[in-house]
Design a protein around this ligand. Structure first.
Ligand code: CAA
Length: 285
């Protein structure tokens, strides 16, 4: 069935959406990426071009492959262009009002059998599914940053997800070279429920001046063998995303373990979101 997919839609072309569009195009799918306006389309195009250009410059893909992959991606500001999409992944900002707007539109625009997947990391997939008249065809497809590199994809089933929908999502994940794990819809799913409290603990240590940012990061990377330290990782993921995950964990479980570090919240309020805003625990750009 997945082999017969002619068109995959990706809604939202920020860091995650652009990476997801690239991954599908690399696997041979025709992708239509949708953004809200032409500036956002151009930013998305820039993310994809930079990532593919880096892969070409490193000799991972040839110029011809680079051009072929790029040619598989059409970018638009018109959601109506998804009227013939077979599978859609939503990767718009983590705001309920934006998700509502997108899913209401997708439900109206896409053919009745089209699976609508969400890359949300902090909202309830069940609530997103309930925005549509096809909750059985709504599933979480949660990628990790950077999406072109990280192998894991969480396939999130809600109580209303049809088993066939989850099976197709797992098949899709495998087709694009990812390792799917099947999880239930609970705050943080599995990976973020483990990872984000760890990042939050690191922010608390830093906030209490127990060590410098470099020392905290070195403890994790050089002491525990992790690929990057927690403060560098927070900057990569986005401090707003980390805070949103902490807040849903808190809302759902109300245990001190899931209380967001005060410094994390203040940095988000101050607009220090990490790499994407040019400043987080470290400066960028
Ligand atoms: N986009 C595309 N490719 C990228 C990339 C990006 N943003 N960043 C790095 N890469 C590629 C590089 O091109 C390189 O590719 P090749 O091996 O083919 O040459 C490869 O990744 C390794 O990159 P580098 O050599 O530059 O650097 P590195 O070895 O330090 O790896 C890293 C970088 C992959 C990011 C690594 O540090 C890592 O795995 N970090 C942890 C990332 C992580 O934990 N992510 C999950 C965050 S949680 C999340 O995303 C979920 C959520 O909902 C919050």
């Amino acid at each position: 069935m997945v082999q017969e997919f002619n068109k995959v839609g990706v809604v939202g072309l920020g860091t995650m959406g652009a990476g997801i569009a690239e991954v599908f195009a690399r696997a041979g799918f025709s992708v239509t990426g949708v953004e809200i306006d032409t500036d956002a389309v151009e930013r998305g195009r820039g993310h994809i071009a930079a990532s593919l250009g880096r892969a070409r410059d490193k000799g991972k893909i040839t110029q011809e492959e680079h051009d072929t992959i790029l040619a598989r991606i059409a970018l638009t500001t018109d959601r109506e262009d998804l009227g013939d999409a077979d599978f859609v992944v939503e990767a718009v900002p983590e705001r309920p009002d934006i998700k509502r707007d997108v899913f209401t539109d997708l439900d109206r625009i896409c053919p009745p059998g089209t699976i609508l997947a969400t890359n949300t990391s902090s909202l309830s997939v069940t609530e997103i599914a309930a925005l549509t008249d096809r909750p059985g065809l709504v599933v979480g497809l949660h990628f990790f940053n950077p999406a072109p590199v990280m192998k894991l994809v969480e396939v999130v089933s809600t109580p209303s997800t049809d088993p066939g929908t989850a099976a197709v999502a797992e098949e899709v994940a495998k087709r694009i070279g990812k390792t799917p794990v099947s999880v239930g819809d609970r705050a943080g799913f599995v990976a973020n429920a483990l990872l984000v409290p760890y990042i939050n603990d690191a922010v608390s240590l830093y906030g209490r001046r127990l060590a410098s940012r470099e020392e905290i990061d070195a403890a994790a990377s050089e002491g525990a063998g992790l690929p990057m330290g927690p403060l560098t990782l927070a900057d990569l993921v986005g401090l707003d995303v980390c805070l949103a995950v902490m807040d849903v964990l808190w809302e759902e479980f109300r245990t001190p373990r899931y209380a967001a570090a005060p410094l994390l919240r203040r940095m988000v309020t101050a607009g220090m979101l990490g790499r994407k805003s040019g400043r987080g625990f470290y400066p960028y750009g």
